[in-house]
Design a protein. Sequence first.
Lengths: 220, 220, 220, 220
Amino acid sequence: MKSLFLLLPLLLAFTAPTKPTRVVFFGDSITEAGARPGGYILKIQEMLAKQNRAADYELIGKGIGGNKVYDLYLRMEDDVLALKPDVVVIYIGVNDVWHKSTSGTGTDAPKFVKFYEALIRKLQAGGSKVILCTPAVIGERTDNSNEQDGDLNAYSTMIRELATKQNLPLVDLRKAFIDYNLQNNPTNKDRGILTTDRVHLNETGNLFVAEQMLAAIEKR
Amino acid sequence: MKSLFLLLPLLLAFTAPTKPTRVVFFGDSITEAGARPGGYILKIQEMLAKQNRAADYELIGKGIGGNKVYDLYLRMEDDVLALKPDVVVIYIGVNDVWHKSTSGTGTDAPKFVKFYEALIRKLQAGGSKVILCTPAVIGERTDNSNEQDGDLNAYSTMIRELATKQNLPLVDLRKAFIDYNLQNNPTNKDRGILTTDRVHLNETGNLFVAEQMLAAIEKR
Amino acid sequence: MKSLFLLLPLLLAFTAPTKPTRVVFFGDSITEAGARPGGYILKIQEMLAKQNRAADYELIGKGIGGNKVYDLYLRMEDDVLALKPDVVVIYIGVNDVWHKSTSGTGTDAPKFVKFYEALIRKLQAGGSKVILCTPAVIGERTDNSNEQDGDLNAYSTMIRELATKQNLPLVDLRKAFIDYNLQNNPTNKDRGILTTDRVHLNETGNLFVAEQMLAAIEKR
Amino acid sequence: MKSLFLLLPLLLAFTAPTKPTRVVFFGDSITEAGARPGGYILKIQEMLAKQNRAADYELIGKGIGGNKVYDLYLRMEDDVLALKPDVVVIYIGVNDVWHKSTSGTGTDAPKFVKFYEALIRKLQAGGSKVILCTPAVIGERTDNSNEQDGDLNAYSTMIRELATKQNLPLVDLRKAFIDYNLQNNPTNKDRGILTTDRVHLNETGNLFVAEQMLAAIEKR
């Protein structure tokens, strides 16, 4: 009888349904693909399932192709705040840089920061914890000769400074991708290591991002 | 004695100072300059003063150089809604087109419309009446050979369609400027008729815009 | 007998096979497609064949996709002068304007003129008669609201001025296309009248260009 | 007496003034400024004068602001070949990269190489020895976060490959500037170390380039 009483709290801990942590992944086409089969969000789900922890998290992908930071700001209320997420992972920046040269519609550096700050402020005011990511790559060459490397480095620095200043968790995908390529891309290819097309993730890339993301979500 | 009491409310209604209509001019460098000496906002003030109607309106300039439609959206709450204006005149679009070629940071056409619509919605929800303007010119040549004419025409069409669809007053500056130049720019100059530098207003241009704006504000 | 001898040279002149006039069409992807089945160069050939005049002309297409005026200048010696053509039809300008917004690699207006002039000068020095063309369209909307209309009008004006100044034949495709669309594009579509995709010629467009080109070649 | 006559030609050969080596510096605004007081070409002249070797070289600046590789190609005959130089130092590439974002009129990478190769070929055919230079910097930050770093690295790689393939002397200014900044720019400034404005040379920069250039000219 005594042992039963001792076990009771333990039993309750195992049986009481905990509300899962709701995580919204908020981003562009990389995140849109992340919610499809093989995508990084589903891979995080699989990792959790293997650890019998599928119920701990509710993962929701809110990526739209072509999005820039100000697109996130525009649709934040309807697409994210309305869901009252516990955590929002912001993964944006590739198109803000890339569209400068492909259609003349990128985002100026100072405005990138202003919109990013406003986004964080509103999400936090809505009760969400915010995790930042740096934009990984537009081209996987390892000698800093991908056309947008300069800007990607600059915009990543801005995001890192935001994370530091506001004491927010950061998934430094840019650093992680570059380090990975330095180890795994000896012939200086511009795609095919972690991406299919210099930007979007291949199988390895999705797994790689899933690992980085999950670690940050758990550590938050 | 009795009649006097009956008249009193009527007398008060005629003599009590009415609250002036608060109008915010919300835009880019053209509007920023509009609030400076010689600018179109001050010219509207002067026109009203000549008619002894200076007290009817409180005119407030909220233009910032380099602004695009999404910049207005970002600062709308602090800069406009906080003032609880009766009327907001939105005059934006030049930089959305122009920055495509000068820095690769213009605004895609579909996003221009989305942000414009969101801006109108939020301003109206805040209790303001909204007046739209088309972007006047980037170059005053009359043969449609200014580099951005195609885009300015396209973005102006989008704004006209918004005004029609939502039944909002429109100051069609683009049409007005082109018509004026067809009459007054026989040698097809690219500046010097209504602008100093193809974009920003000279004395005549400020007066011209003031007239168009005041007519729309009164008619609203 | 005497009269027969006098007539002989005249008879020979009428019966001897004349060397055909060699015409090189020098341009971009529109001209590259012009030399393929259904293309405008083959259509000119067919028109001549119907008039039993196929032997009068040797038509050679020298178009390469993506070419701008300076690409023509670079390959002029190998691709054109080496063929010692009697006539060179220069049809260039679309990419000089278009690539400004699609890849940041268009051609500045003053340099467009400088290269065009140098091209004419070298082709003429090589013994060829030169025919100029204006760039037709990037978008077939009739209200000057295609994004590049301003620049296309400006670059066409520059080519018209070159033709006038140097007294050279001009195929004013831009004017012809706009006039045709004003008659045949009542719903302001941006493609499908003379082009398949806003730029490249459909069947009607190839026929239309063939007619304009042949007229200019014959009149030269 | 007889022996004296035999010696005479030899004596003359030793004492007669040798014709100076004519060097043309062929480039953009950096080279245009290089021929002005304080510029790198005049600094080379001063260095030679200090060694009493001013007469060994005739240095001619042929830089024009805003020039890209195809501008050099266009004016090569008049501005360079006409002078029959012994050596031509080609210093180009900054605007080919930079103008992509400032006016949409940069140079595509493959065309940059094609024009550069054609330039070398024609200059060599004209009897000149050719020395190549990589484009130094657009921004002096040392962490590869200057906007154009990716492209400058890529275009420099292309020039290095041309030099290797054709066995031509190379002044690798990009590498030299980056190395210098890594030593002398501890606070990651974007200007003020070797440039005044991120691109054009300050006093130290002109001296630095002069040293690099002179070494290559002497070694050629």
